[in-house]
Design a protein around this ligand. Structure first.
Ligand code: DC
Length: 226
């Protein structure tokens, strides 16, 4: 039996990290964890409960009230996130959440809360996790680290199409602004900013399709570097 490994996929917003992570998990029979969903669910809780996230104590008290877990969706087999036992998988994809999530994900206590849980999920290996700091902070010793990128116009177009299917009122300029803003905040924050781990392999998918990117990643999994 092939050795069970940890695969990390980091990169800019909307460059296809979750698509590749899901493809890989399916092919390898691994568990896929969307770490961004955790930051989004925390953001939803903060917005709903009007938490002042500039106040450290208020943030710490709020985090004590938050329980997050993932469950596989019966129809598609993909995992969905639950916030205090409520399935919030679809709610957290809204632009209202995307607008605030980078600010909240930059708070040190929020990151400690999420990273501790993410590390526990990797105890048995056989996991593909995507995010911004998975190869650098969450699993610095992961056997395979991929850093994904794609040019900004391609990313905006992909995210716009995805959002337009759910909400035809979405505006292209708003999507572009949101992506640029998140890229900036995510890569400039003090705690665990988005950056390529030294030993990560760059995968630019601007000009390749989903099958090609899967093939490249599967070849990396097969390489005897782990
Ligand atoms: O992957 P995503 O777009 O769902 O992530 C939402 C936000 O969460 C993203 O703008 C940055 C933050 N994030 C993070 O800081 N660290 C991670 N490991 C994953 C996401």
């Amino acid at each position: 039996m092939a050795k069970r490994i940890i695969i990390t996929i980091d990169g800019w917003s909307s460059c296809g990290k979750s698509t590749l992570a899901k493809q890989l998990a399916k092919e390898l029979g691994y568990t896929y964890i969307d770490s961004g969903a955790m930051y989004r669910a925390i953001t939803l809780y903060f917005l709903r409960n009007r938490i002042d996230w500039t106040d450290d104590m208020e943030v710490k008290n709020a985090l004590n009230e938050i329980h997050l877990h993932f469950e596989p969706n019966n129809k598609f087999g993909e995992s969905e996130i639950f916030l205090n036992d409520e399935n919030v998988e679809y709610l957290i994809r809204d632009l209202i959440i995307a607008d605030k999530v980078s600010d909240i994900a930059a708070i040190a206590s929020v990151r400690t809360f999420a990273v501790t849980q993410q590390q526990k999920m990797g105890h048995n290996k056989a996991i593909v996790m995507d995010g911004r700091d998975i190869g650098t902070t969450v699993f610095p010793s992961a056997e395979l680290k991929i850093f994904m990128t794609a040019d900004i116009a391609t990313r905006v177009e992909r995210r716009f199409k995805e959002m337009f299917e759910k909400n035809p009122n979405v505006v292209l300029e708003d999507v572009k602004h949101n992506l640029e803003m998140r890229d900036y905040i995510d890569s400039h924050r003090e705690v665990s900013p988005l950056k390529k781990a030294e030993d990560a392999i760059v995968l630019d998918n601007t000009n390749i399709d989903m099958d090609q990117q899967l093939k490249i990643a599967l070849d990396l999994v097969k390489q005897p570097i782990h």
